[in-house]
Design a binder for this molecule. Structure first.
Ligand SMILES: [Zn+2]
Length: 410
C-alpha cells in the first residue's frame, strides 16, 4: 500500500515537474519567437564600433566576409539582424606637438577613407554611407546596411576649428570630445600620466572646446560625451544648443568606473534631451574584472613555471570563474535596465564598442544581437520600448541635432 501510494505520489510529482518544465520551454520559445518578430521590425543601430588602425576595407580586413578578427562585418550584421552601425575613426591621444597633431589628423582621414572605400568601392550593393536619419531609414528599407561614422577623440581637430567642417563634409556625424588623456578641447575621465596630464587641465571644457561644441552644433554633428570627465560633461551640457550622446558608456551606480555615468549625469542628459548608449565592454559593466584578470595571469604564471599542471590549471580556472564571473549579457542588460529606470525609456540605446574591446558572452559580436532583444523581452520590455532602445532614440536625438543646426544657420 505504502509502495503504491509512494509510486503514485512520485509519478504525480514527476508528471507535474515534467509539465512545469515543458511549460517553461514553451514560454521560452514564445519569448524567442516574439523577440525575433520585434528584432526584425525594429531599426537596429549600434553607435560605437572600432575599426583596425591599418588595413580596414582591404584584403587584410575585409568586412564583406565573416572575418575571424572582426566582431562587426557585413556578414555578422546580417546574421544578427543589425541595420546600421557607426564605425568610429579612433585616434589615440599622443603628445600635443606639431607631429602629434599631424599624425592624429592624418590617421583619422585614413580611417574615414577606408570607411568610404567599404561603402562606395567594395560593397555598394550591400551597404551605403548614411549622413542623416532619413538616409538610415531609406537604406534600411532598401535592404542594405547603413554605415555611419564618428570620430573618437577630438584630438584629430588639433587647434584648427575649420577641421570640424572638413570632417562634416567627409560624413562625420559625431565626435567624441576626448579619449584617454586630456586634449585641447576638454579634460578626459582618464588622464594620461605618461603625457604629463595633471588631475585636471581645463577643469572641464576649454574655451577652444566651447568653440568646437558650437561649431558641431552649427553643422549638425552630435557631441559625444563618452570618455570625458564629469566636469567636462556638465560644461558640454551647459553650452550645447542641441542634445548630446554618450556613444558607449555604462552606469556608474552599477560599476564605479570613470567611463560610466552617474545617475545625476543621466538626469542631466534627460533635461538636455540626449541619450546614453550602453556599452558592452566587460570591464565597465562589472568591476571585479581587474581582480579576475590578475587571478588568471597568476595562474598562467604558475603553469608556465611548472608549479601547476594543465589539469590543475583548469580546475583552478573553474574556481576563478565562480569567484569572479566575467560580465555577461545579463550584466549588460542590467545597465540598460538601470539607465531606463533613471533616465526613462526615451534616453537609452546601445553602443557595443566591438573591435575596440567590447563583447561579452551572449553578445560577443553582431551575429548575436538577437540575444539582447530576447533578454529585453524576457524582462518585460514592450515592442515599442525595444524599438526605442535599438535605434529610435538615437534617430530622434540625431534629428534634433539636425534641426538645431538648421536654426543655427538661418
Ligand atoms: Zn572608447
Amino acid at each position: 500500500m505504502f509502495f503504491k501510494q509512494f509510486s503514485a505520489l512520485s509519478l504525480a510529482v514527476l508528471s507535474l515537474s515534467l509539465f512545469g518544465c515543458s511549460q517553461r520551454l514553451a514560454a521560452d520559445q514564445e519569448i524567442v519567437d516574439r523577440a525575433k518578430l520585434i528584432h526584425k521590425e525594429a531599426l537596429t543601430l549600434d553607435t560605437h564600433v572600432d575599426i583596425p588602425d591599418v588595413g580596414y576595407a582591404t584584403e587584410a580586413f575585409d568586412p564583406g566576409i565573416d572575418h575571424p578578427k572582426l566582431k562587426c562585418d557585413l556578414v555578422k550584421m546580417s546574421r544578427g539582424g543589425m541595420d546600421g552601425v557607426f564605425l568610429a575613426a579612433y585616434v589615440r591621444q599622443t603628445k600635443r606637438d606639431a607631429e602629434g597633431y599631424k599624425n592624429a589628423y592624418e590617421s583619422v582621414i585614413g580611417k574615414l577613407k577606408a570607411i568610404h572605400r567599404l561603402t562606395e568601392k567594395m560593397y555598394p550593393e550591400r551597404c551605403e554611407f548614411a549622413t542623416s536619419p532619413d538616409d538610415v531609414e531609406r537604406i534600411s528599407r532598401n535592404g542594405k546596411k547603413a554605415i555611419m561614422t564618428g570620430i573618437e577623440n577630438g584630438f584629430a581637430i588639433g587647434k584648427d576649428l575649420s577641421n570640424v567642417e572638413k570632417f562634416y563634409k567627409l560624413g562625420v556625424r559625431y565626435i567624441t570630445l576626448s579619449h584617454n588623456g586630456h586634449n585641447d578641447i576638454c579634460d578626459s575621465c582618464n588622464r594620461r600620466e605618461q603625457l604629463g596630464d595633471k588631475e585636471t587641465e581645463h577643469n572641464g571644457l576649454s574655451k577652444f572646446g566651447e568653440k568646437v561644441v558650437g561649431e558641431m552644433n552649427r553643422l549638425g554633428i552630435m557631441v559625444d560625451v563618452s570618455h570625458i570627465s564629469v566636469e567636462s560633461f556638465y560644461d558640454v551640457i551647459k553650452v550645447s544648443k542641441a542634445p548630446v550622446i554618450a556613444s558607449h558608456s555604462g552606469c556608474r551606480a552599477l560599476a564605479e568606473h570613470p567611463r560610466n555615468l552617474y545617475d545625476e549625469q543621466l538626469k542631466a542628459l534627460v533635461k538636455n534631451g540626449g541619450v546614453i548608449q550602453i556599452v558592452a565592454y566587460g570591464g565597465f559593466l562589472k568591476l571585479d574584472l581587474p581582480r579576475r584578470s590578475k587571478a588568471i595571469s597568476d595562474l598562467k604564471k604558475k603553469l608556465d613555471d611548472g608549479r601547476i599542471q594543465v589539469e590543475q590549471f583548469q580546475e583552478r580556472m573553474k574556481e576563478v570563474d565562480t569567484k569572479y564571473p566575467p560580465a555577461n549579457l545579463s550584466d549588460f542588460v542590467d545597465h540598460i535596465d538601470h539607465a531606463v529606470k533613471v533616465a526613462g525609456i526615451g534616453h537609452v540605446g546601445i553602443g557595443s564598442d566591438f573591435d575596440g574591446g567590447g563583447g561579452i558572452p551572449g553578445f560577443n559580436d553582431h551575429s548575436e544581437a538577437l540575444n539582447v532583444t530576447i533578454e529585453l523581452v524576457r524582462r518585460g520590455y514592450s515592442e515599442e520600448d525595444i524599438t526605442k532602445i535599438w535605434g529610435a532614440n538615437l534617430l530622434r536625438v540625431w534629428r534634433e541635432v539636425e534641426k538645431a543646426a538648421v536654426s543655427e544657420r538661418f
